[in-house]
Ligand binder design. Structure first.
Ligand code: SF4
Length: 342
């Protein structure tokens, strides 16, 4: 932002520790990935935004659940107000939250909404209006919370889900769930409009990533398989029966918990009452996640519980990083890393 500094963007009077945190970020961004540990209420969000927004590239602010996507957008509003700025940003939500047709028809489940859209999109009045009469520039003026996008799209009769995709190209900040970043299969909708290599990633409450061992992992029960076989038999009797035979054989042999692994992927079979659960668990989470961070221009991780930071960085496969822990009143250095160098 021409003629301004990060200090000008910070929308509040600095409290103890906050200036140090801002300077720490400024001195390493964007050359290094950053781990910032500070308690809830310290003001991590406005500090990080004040530094990252000075860069010309957009910020992808990721949070654990869709419900938390509004938080950075609220701070963006405060930054605009305090600095007379004109940053645009919004909360990005999935189809289940954004489909107007599903609301009209009382469809609520994730799968139900997804199927509805696959089937009806080409005939959907909201999609039709989006394609014929929607000008994203008219919405991309002020930061928008999820509820504000819904309200405006409802008013104009356009599909909010696809409207937000059009808005991606105008955004200085997008608040969205980790899932779009961590799980490769669902991030395409974002990356098509906002190539990750041009984005500065923020992972909020990043300690949750320690539990991201379930990346590329999945499980299914015998009950679900039997249900699926039933559906297969409805359409193709021979294939359904073949699979049923295979599953029944496997079931008769699976009397105890069993586990085998191949190339870092474990396969676990667990007998649960009269059901069998089959689990594929990818144990290479550090490797998988590490590849994700590499895709971005920079990555910043923040939380109140990142310590010990070196262990956190190792768990999530982070390289080339600087980390520090801040508390109101004083700065505590990363235990194994004398500030500022690691
Ligand atoms: S195009 Fe939009 S409103 Fe229409 S079914 Fe798909 S998500 Fe729902």
């Amino acid at each position: 932002m021409r003629g301004k500094s990060s200090r000008d963007l910070f929308p509040y009077t600095f409290r103890e520790g906050q200036e140090e945190a801002l300077e720490f970020l400024q001195s390493h961004f964007p050359e290094k990935n950053i781990c910032l540990d500070a308690a809830t209420g310290f003001g991590k969000t406005p500090i990080i935004l004040s530094v990252l927004l000075m860069d010309e590239w957009p910020v992808l602010w990721t949070v654990r659940t869709g419900n938390e996507t509004d938080r950075p957008v609220e701070e963006l509003k405060a930054i605009n107000e305090a600095s007379d700025g004109n940053f645009f940003g919004f909360s990005y939500r999935g189809k289940r939250d954004m489909c107007l047709l599903a609301r009209d028809r009382d469809v609520d489940s994730y799968r139900g909404v997804s199927t509805l859209c696959d089937r009806e999109k080409e005939n959907c009045q909201y999609y039709e209006r989006l394609k014929t009469g929607f000008n994203p520039e008219r919405l991309a003026g002020k930061p928008l919370l999820y509820s504000e996008i819904m309200e405006k799209c409802r008013e104009h009769g356009v599909c909010p889900y696809y409207a937000q995709q059009e808005l991606l190209g105008y955004a200085d900040l997008v608040g969205l769930s980790y899932n779009y970043i961590v799980h490769e299969g669902i991030g395409w909708a974002i990356r098509n409009k906002l190539p990750f290599r041009l984005c500065n990633l923020v992972v909020d409450e990043a300690h949750n990533l320690r539990r991201a061992g379930n990346v590329n992992s999945d499980k299914i029960t015998l009950g679900t398989l039997r249900y699926a076989i039933g559906e297969m038999e409805e359409f193709d009797t021979s294939r359904g029966s073949e699979v049923r035979e295979f599953i029944e054989d496997m079931w008769s042999e699976a009397e105890i918990e069993d586990m085998w692994s191949e190339n870092g992927v474990a396969f676990i079979g667990t007998v649960k009452g009269d059901n069998l659960e089959l689990e594929r668990w990818d144990m290479r989470s550090a490797e998988i996640l590490g590849d994700r961070w590499e895709e971005f221009r920079s990555a910043t991780f923040c939380s109140g519980t990142l310590k010990p930071i070196p262990a956190f960085a190792e768990t999530v496969g982070l390289e080339d990083w600087e980390g520090s822990s801040f508390e109101a009143g004083f700065v505590r250095l990363c235990p194994t890393a004398p500030f500022p160098a690691r």
